[in-house]
Design a protein. Structure first.
Length: 485
């Protein structure tokens, strides 16, 4: 009822605002939407290791928490917050910025999860908020929102049916309208008959209820958590797209691995016209100013733009360092279509009426004007297979990975060579300095691994690059790893 009355007031303000100001859709569209006198707004805030923006990482026992890219296609950005609990220890990321906020002021509260692995059928990231009900600035309640209970038979009194938790897909949970219970004891959860209520229902009973940080209970009032006594071992999952709205002003917290963005993957033609392009890097989520470096380097390496003229498929890695010394990296894949032909590779391959022909460079423009295409014909089964492989993520094609990651003592780098080739595997620091050459020899097609023993290098980010050279294809692809104490 509290929410319905508030929503009704918001719609009345909306109609009056738009009517009184004679809003018209002419050259621009002005949308006026007010909730109890407050303009609705959306703000995106990136949370990275370079700038946690009010969040604090908290991992206990054997649990681990870090930012990573993926998994799958995300709702917001490229990355997410990754959680692993091999036992019943716990990991959480905490926010202290909303202390003192009345529960009745919340207009949005949601987040998204992705379960990679679990032994239980219900384990998933849950949220805890500490609440003060009597104004003494200490907390009387731990309120818990757990997606496992957001479906029948637990939901009641108009709570939305949010479905069962699933493995391998992103799911978004409406914590504002969903069901909560009092923690932290498992005996008080809905499985044991504990009270189950919405935040609006709790606030109706306790009108002065406020979110409140409490040092005696671990500090920050809002916690996104996994693990603990209610979890089974071997949970691996991710969370992102955490939204908190207060009086209509919503902040979306986007958890990201890196402050670097190397831009989109690109395609170039080699053998007709220029094969030179620019890669434009950007940085966000750290503390400006930023410095930039690219590997492999090019004529204008060292700043946010890299000019390249590639002749083979290559993964380019951008490293960004912010003013506090925090480092981020990102990759851009450049796929090269080689259209050269002829005994001296002086001519150009053209697909003409379904057949590949080799013509002089001076004749290519005329062929293109008649609807022909550069390179081999797409109808060729061999070409289709090759194009399909190129479109696959390069790391997946070459099965490039390292484990463990993060690592301390040593890590094993594994890779696949899809064709006989000369293979090199090298390790670099974030400045592009070569740290070690692990492999430099001819290898038959197959799967391989090599160990990297870091020795006396400092903790931080490093990357390893696999390069293959053969008569069939040349390729270069990189992976990132992190060394910890």
């Amino acid at each position: 009822m509290i929410q319905k009355l508030a929503a009704d007031r918001g719609m009345i303000h909306t109609r009056n605002c738009c009517k009184n100001n004679h809003v018209r859709l002419l050259s621009a569209l002005l949308v006026c939407f007010v909730f109890s006198g407050t303009l609705f707004s959306q703000t995106l805030v990136k949370v990275t290791d370079c700038n946690l923006n009010g969040w604090v990482k908290d991992q206990r026992g054997n649990a681990k928490l870090w930012f990573n890219n993926g998994p799958s296609t995300l709702i917001t950005g490229k990355g997410s917050c990754h959680f692993e609990t091999p036992d019943q220890s716990f990991a959480r990321i905490r926010n202290s910025q909303y202390s003192g906020t009345p529960l009745l002021a919340l207009t949005e509260f949601s987040y998204s999860t992705f379960i990679e692995q679990r032994d239980s059928t219900v384990d998933v990231n849950f949220v805890v908020i500490l609440v003060d009900i009597n104004g003494d600035n200490s907390t009387e309640f731990n309120l818990v929102y757990d997606p496992r209970y957001q479906t029948a038979p637990f939901i009641k009194n108009g709570m939305p049916e949010q479905g069962k938790t699933q493995i391998g897909i992103w799911q978004t949970w409406d914590a504002l309208r969903g069901g909560w219970f009092v923690g932290p004891e498992p005996i008080d959860d809905p499985d044991h008959g504990g009270a189950f209520f919405t935040l609006a229902e709790f606030a109706a009973t306790h009108p002065g209820a406020r979110i409140m940080n409490d040092v005696a209970k671990g500090g920050a009032a809002i916690r996104l958590s996994v693990g603990g006594p209610v979890f089974s071992p071997n949970f691996i999952g991710d969370a992102d797209n955490f939204k908190i709205g207060v009086n209509g002003a919503t902040i979306t917290y986007d958890f990201e691995l890196t402050i670097a963005d190397a831009g989109p993957d690109k395609n170039v033609i080699y053998g007709y016209g220029s094969n030179c392009i620019n890669l434009n890097g950007t940085a966000d989520g750290g503390v400006a100013p930023y410095s930039y470096s690219w590997i492999p380097a090019g004529p204008s390496s060292g700043n946010d733009q890299l000019t390249i003229c590639p002749t083979q498929n290559t993964m380019y890695t951008l490293t960004v360092t912010d003013s506090k010394g925090c480092v981020g990296t990102d990759d851009a894949m450049v796929t090269v279509k080689d259209v050269r032909c002829g005994t001296k590779l002086e001519k150009v391959a053209v697909c003409h009426r379904g057949e590949e022909i080799c013509v002089a460079a001076s004749s290519v423009a005329a062929h293109l004007n008649h609807g022909d295409a550069l390179g081999a014909c797409a109808t060729s089964a061999i070409v289709r297979k090759a194009e399909s492989a190129v479109k696959m993520d390069a790391v997946e094609v070459y099965k490039l990975s390292n484990y463990p990651n993060p690592f301390s003592g040593a890590t094993k780098i594994s890779y696949r060579v899809p064709y006989d080739a000369h293979v090199s595997v090298k390790v670099y620091d974030v400045a592009g300095n070569e740290i070690a050459t692990l492999v430099n020899r001819y290898q038959k097609a197959g799967s391989y691994s090599t160990d990297f023993l870091p020795g006396k290098i400092k903790q931080g980010f490093y990357y390893y690059r696999l390069t293959t050279t053969s008569s069939k294809q040349n390729f270069s692809v990189a992976g990132k790893m992190m060394m910890v104490d």
